[in-house]
Design a protein around this ligand. Structure first.
Ligand code: ARG
Length: 360
């Protein structure tokens, strides 16, 4: 980032941070310090509380996220001092275990040093492998084909199952990426069953408890944190509608329709719609049964409307991406569907990156 840009972003964030945290009396001094640091070193170091609050405002500003009512409540692990491979893997394991919290999922972020080039290759810390057979068919999660291939290139042995948890892959600076298997005892897997349709179990579906995004860049005050994995808890439709339902993912709807005895030659039978609802019912039921926190889309939509109201009360207009906020099933039955949204991008925020194996 060029110096004027960084200066501008730093000033904007520090103003916001010190205003919202009632620290305005400290602002002038701090701003002078940061300005000088940027002039002398081309960068600056965020104080602990500035980083902590920035991770949360970045969440508050995440236009695609429906779960933002809870933006103030996030565990922040500040791991900016770590630079050895062992300690970074340990910190990632700690994140998985602590955020999963025995099923009572806690929103959590781990922030690594912006200066030591640490790259986490995984798109999520927990994910299922995808393998392509020589006849073109795919086993597992098609979304992870590329990353799975990279893991195999690095020496990880493919297991050829539908639900194989991938290893963690990290890269420090110009060193070669290295991988470690995630200890099984810190992974919580939820077998999917349906409360009424018993043959659902025969599909042998399962999912992991905690969605920990690790391929986004956290930007606070112009400082970019390339390694900053974060998580909330699942909304049922993410798994039931998209991960299982999308044709380019597990594509399970035809099998569900089959066990439900639906006529899937006739589009008017709405077999996809009926199957997707039962599948989502099964996901919510199974997570609850396993004692893992999850939210249904109706509750999440209500919470989002509350978020809008609360932000307004504090004098802030929220920004949001309607096409992401509206749940992928039963959209019009939720209030967010009927709400206009402004998709401007604010800072701090989380941004997409180029996948490391594609970067030259
Ligand atoms: N949609 C992604 C998945 O199905 C997870 C994205 C983050 N989700 C969340 N509830 N924080 O794995």
């Amino acid at each position: 980032m060029c110096e004027t840009n960084l200066l501008e972003k730093a000033e904007m964030y520090l103003k916001l941070c010190y205003r919202e945290l009632d620290k305005e009396h400290l602002y002038e001094n701090r701003w002078n310090e940061v300005k000088n640091s940027i002039k002398d070193n081309g960068t600056y170091h965020l104080l602990d509380f500035e980083l902590n609050y920035g991770t949360k405002v970045a969440w508050r500003n995440s236009n695609k996220c429906i779960g933002r009512l809870f933006w103030r409540a996030m565990d922040v692990f500040d791991e900016r001092n770590l630079n050895s491979e062992d300690s970074i893997f340990e910190a990632l394991f700690r994140h998985i275990e602590s955020s999963t919290n025995g099923g009572n999922i806690k929103s959590t972020i781990t922030v690594f040093s912006p200066e030591t080039e640490i790259i986490i290759w995984n798109p999520q810390l927990l994910s299922f492998a995808g393998y392509q057979n020589s006849d073109g068919t795919i086993i597992g999660d098609p979304k992870q084909l590329e990353f799975t291939n990279e893991c195999i290139k690095l020496g990880w042995k493919p297991k050829m199952g539908k639900f194989d948890i991938l290893p963690l892959v990290i890269q420090i600076g110009n060193e070669a990426p290295t991988w470690r298997e995630i200890p099984q005892k810190i992974i919580k897997i939820i077998p999917i069953e349906h409360p009424e349709i018993k043959s659902f179990q025969d599909l042998q579906l399962q999912w992991y408890s905690t969605p920990i995004i690790s391929n986004m860049i956290l930007e606070i005050g112009g400082i970019e944190f390339k390694a900053a994995p974060f998580n909330g808890w699942y909304m049922g439709t993410e798994i039931g509608a998209r991960d299982f339902g999308d044709e380019k993912r597990y594509n399970i709807l035809p099998e569900v329709a089959k066990i439900m005895g639906l006529n899937f030659r006739d589009k008017n039978s709405l077999w996809k719609d009926r199957a997707i609802v039962e599948l989502n019912y099964a996901v919510l039921y199974s997570f609850k049964k396993s004692g893992v926190k999850i939210v249904d889309h109706h509750t999440a939509s209500k919470q989002f409307m509350q978020f809008i109201k609360k932000e307004k009360k504090e004098g802030r207009e929220i920004t949001a991406d309607w096409s992401w906020i509206v749940p992928p099933i039963s959209g019009s039955t939720t209030e967010v569907f009927h709400t206009e949204m402004n998709n401007d991008v604010k800072s701090p925020n989380y941004f997409y990156r180029i996948e490391p194996w594609e970067a030259t």
